[in-house]
Design a protein around this ligand. Structure first.
Ligand SMILES: N[C@@H](CC1=CC(=O)C(=O)C=C1)C(=O)O
Length: 348
């Protein structure tokens, strides 16, 4: 079996040699000049989500690498057999594992833009311009640390408009929720902590408690935007720690000399005798965003085995920060815990 090479979007410099920039999703989406690139992205994501779930390169399977379903991805084994999914949490590998994972996602979107969206929706004369926009695309990030914290505008509405040279139309917003054509229980998603994930056909954010029999709204996905925003702004950090606003916590995260080691910066794993400043971490901040966005009743993004099905997961994760300061010690430390980033293998 051949393995799929994760390369990210191939690098093409802009006309003046510029490196494509990963942008804050609101600045990018709300700038009308980016309308074509936004349309490419939305339609590519829609097509990605519609790829049959049995295919290795479908949205379903790539999201499924993180947790459920417990099937192997791109490796020659029968069972995944690594806890509740491949993702690494509470481990120094947390940032390292998620980085190629996000590159894989972005690479798929780019491929779909080039191979499907542009050939199907853009007439030949306009293709060079639209192709350059696809090459310049980088998945934008959700800046949850800015004030006032909010959900990205691009993810708020159930439908969204796109335009191409010969048509302007609305599509179900692929960032609002991920929808499946059958209940997810048929696809290997099971219930967790009493939350009936097997019975739903879409992801939810801050839903009300599930009832038995399950409410139709729950089955079709509930997005309680007001509650998400309330949670983010209340910033009730877990374990009652007081890191102030999300912005203040990120400020500490990026402050020079705040952490004693890369390990402390990277993950929630504590070691004995660690100074209290080290209780904060990139992973810790990120965990709280997961929990606030998913809410108290099992919204998908709050539960690691199913979190990556919610499309907001991908905008949330590109907030991943790399501190230059740590780059020297990082490579030595990273493989302390484990030799591989399953199912992502180093090239032979
Ligand atoms: N369950 C984690 C938060 C969380 C982290 C994730 O990475 C995730 O995918 C989903 C949720 C916690 O409470 O700390």
């Amino acid at each position: 079996m051949s393995t799929f090479p994760i390369t990210g979007v191939p690098f093409t410099p802009g006309p003046r040699g510029q490196v494509p920039v990963r942008q804050d999703v609101d600045s990018w989406y709300l700038n009308p000049q980016n309308g074509k690139q936004v349309s490419l992205f939305l339609v590519a994501l829609q097509k990605f989500q519609q790829i049959p779930y049995a295919q290795k390169l479908s949205y379903f399977q790539i999201a499924g690498i993180h947790g459920l379903p417990l099937i192997p991805w791109d490796e020659n084994t029968k069972a995944q057999g690594r806890g509740l999914g491949y993702c690494t949490h509470n481990s120094i590998l947390f940032p390292t594992w998620h980085r190629p994972y996000l590159l894989l996602f972005e690479q798929r979107l780019y491929k779909i833009m080039i191979q499907e969206v542009i050939p199907q929706s853009v007439p030949p004369n306009d293709r060079p311009e639209w192709t350059a926009l696809a090459k310049d695309f980088r998945l934008p990030f959700w800046d949850w640390a800015k004030k006032p914290t909010d959900l990205p505008a691009i993810a708020k509405d159930p439908t969204i408009s796109v335009f191409f040279p010969q048509a302007k139309y609305s599509i179900p917003n692929p960032l609002y929720k991920f929808t499946t054509t059958e209940v997810m229980g048929n696809l290997g998603i099971f219930d967790l902590d009493g939350v009936p994930y097997s019975k739903v056909k879409a992801t939810s954010k801050c839903p009300p408690p599930p009832k038995n029999p399950l409410q139709n709204e729950w089955i079709n996905g509930i997005q309680d935007e007001a509650q998400v925003v309330k949670n983010l702004r209340a910033h009730a950090w877990y374990q009652n720690r007081d890191y102030g606003t999300i912005g203040e916590a990120v400020y500490r995260l990026l402050s020079e000399n705040y952490f004693s080691t890369y390990d402390a910066f990277a993950s929630t794993r504590l070691t004995q005798g660690q100074p209290p400043a080290d209780y904060l971490s990139l992973e810790g901040i990120h965990n709280n965003i997961h929990n606030w966005t998913g809410g108290d009743n099992g919204g998908h993004i709050s539960s690691p085995p199913v979190s990556s099905f919610d499309p907001i997961f991908w905008l949330h994760h590109w907030q991943g920060v790399c501190r230059k300061k740590y780059s020297d010690t990082m490579s030595e430390n990273i493989f302390k815990g484990s030799k591989t980033l399953w199912p992502i293998l180093k090239p032979p």
